[in-house]
Design a protein around this ligand. Structure first.
Ligand code: GLV
Ligand code: MN
Ligand code: MN
Ligand code: MN
Length: 401
């Protein structure tokens, strides 16, 4: 049994998605609010002081707030229909690691801080790592305030409803200046540790990745009354776009491209859509490779759109270059654990955003199937416990005298 498991179990009903399965917990929604309240309660029960920063990220301090803090944590939101571990495992492991250190009588020489970043998955407002990007200043606040969720609610409105002033969103050098280093523990999203036969590893790098919204504009019309020759049906170029994404990614070694969301408007069975929005997630080992995939998909979609009498518009919603984690901190973390494997990942993380500003490392916990962003995502209790033990050891090393 792991100390992390009862904490995860306490969240089992929050944001459970009865339609998709798994969890749908999105930034500043009801489930997110419940999770943040839960975290605040758990942190305060451990004697930690909880602050909310200008961007809605939570910071729970063990020690006096100030520079040089050793920060750990992750996020509590999920993708639509996501698993129980992506995000929450890092948060509950941080709480459990504090328990381990407390039980041992550890007295940190540097403040230890548990952080919960807001809307990491971008499941509601489309931009991943929203809270950490705003904090780090890699997302323009003006642009962010105007982001809309699928119901048309702006980020400004959503944060105001939680009691946060949207005017304060944006780069927060004061909060960042306190971060000496950041260590995020996360369930592995892949089978690297399974193949290596190791319960815990450290991250080496993250693929360059971004999201693009491709909108195909056609002519809304009647499914029965409109002859085939008279149609400008945007679903046809949308289908070509999906196929082009697979082809384009296959032409760049190691690249990935996914159309995980395709929304016809108005979305009636007997209606030729007037528009189709397709969200493209593209990743590759470097920026130029990622851009090449996107350019190929856009070119194919444009050609297919013209053939159907439709048009295409493209908007970049987010982009982040390749992340290589701080080699010095990685050595320190791995050394504190007696040497653990280092591995790359294709998944994005708040740690990848922070890595541009402060020394940052990640610990991965083995995932027996490698499945993630799906209800089947899993980590065995023994491996979760190995993660807690490793994180406690790393925090003691980094925050000790
Ligand atoms: C987030 O987990 C991502 O990699 O998309
Ligand atoms: Mn995720
Ligand atoms: Mn995550
Ligand atoms: Mn992620």
């Amino acid at each position: 049994m792991s100390r992390a498991v009862p904490l995860l179990d306490a969240l089992a009903d929050v944001g459970a998605d009865r339609v998709r399965g798994g969890y749908s917990r999105h930034g500043f929604d009801r489930a997110d609010h419940t999770l943040r309240e839960w975290f605040t309660g758990e942190a305060e029960a451990r004697g930690l002081d909880v602050d909310v920063d200008r961007n809605g990220n939570l910071w729970a301090w063990w020690g006096t707030p100030g520079p040089g803090a050793v920060v750990t944590g992750s996020h509590l939101d999920s993708v639509p229909g996501g698993g129980a571990f992506d995000g929450p495992l890092g948060v509950v492991s941080a709480l459990a690691a504090v328990d381990v250190l407390r039980a041992r009588g550890f007295d940190p020489a540097k403040p230890v801080v548990l952080v919960v970043f807001a809307e990491e998955e971008g499941g509601r407002f489309g931009v991943p790592c929203l809270g950490s990007r705003l904090l780090a200043g890699t997302l323009d606040a003006e642009h962010a305030r105007a982001l809309r969720d699928p119901d048309g609610v702006t980020l400004a409105e959503a944060v105001r409803a939680t009691g946060l002033d949207p005017a304060t969103l944006g780069r927060d050098d004061e909060s960042l200046a306190r971060v000496g280093c950041f260590v995020e523990l996360h369930v592995e999203q892949g089978r690297g540790l399974v193949d290596l036969g190791a319960p815990v590893g450290v991250a080496e790098s993250i693929l360059a990745h971004g999201r693009w919204r491709l909108t195909l504009h056609g002519e809304g019309n009647h499914a029965g009354a409109t002859a085939l020759a008279d149609r400008a049906d945007p679903m046809l170029p949308a289908a070509s776009l999906v196929l082009a994404a697979r082809r384009a990614a296959a032409s760049v070694p190691g690249a990935r491209a996914t159309v995980g969301r395709l929304v016809p408007t108005p979305g009636g069975t007997n209606v030729i859509p007037s528009t189709v929005d397709a969200w493209l997630d593209a990743r590759a080992s470097d920026g130029p490779g990622t851009r090449r995939v996107v350019e190929d998909v856009v070119a194919a979609a444009r050609e297919a759109a013209e053939a159907e009498g439709c048009t295409l518009s493209v908007r970049e919603e987010s982009y982040g270059g390749t992340v290589t984690f701080d080699a010095g901190l990685r050595e320190v973390v791995s050394g504190a654990l007696g040497g653990v494997p280092a591995l790359p990942t294709g998944a994005g993380h708040d740690a990848g955003v922070l890595a541009a500003r402060v020394p940052t490392a990640m610990l991965f916990v083995r995932n027996p199937t490698g499945v993630s962003h799906a209800p089947a995502e899993h980590a065995e209790a023994d491996d979760c416990e190995a993660g807690v033990t490793a994180l406690a050891r790393v925090l003691a090393h980094l925050a000790g005298s």
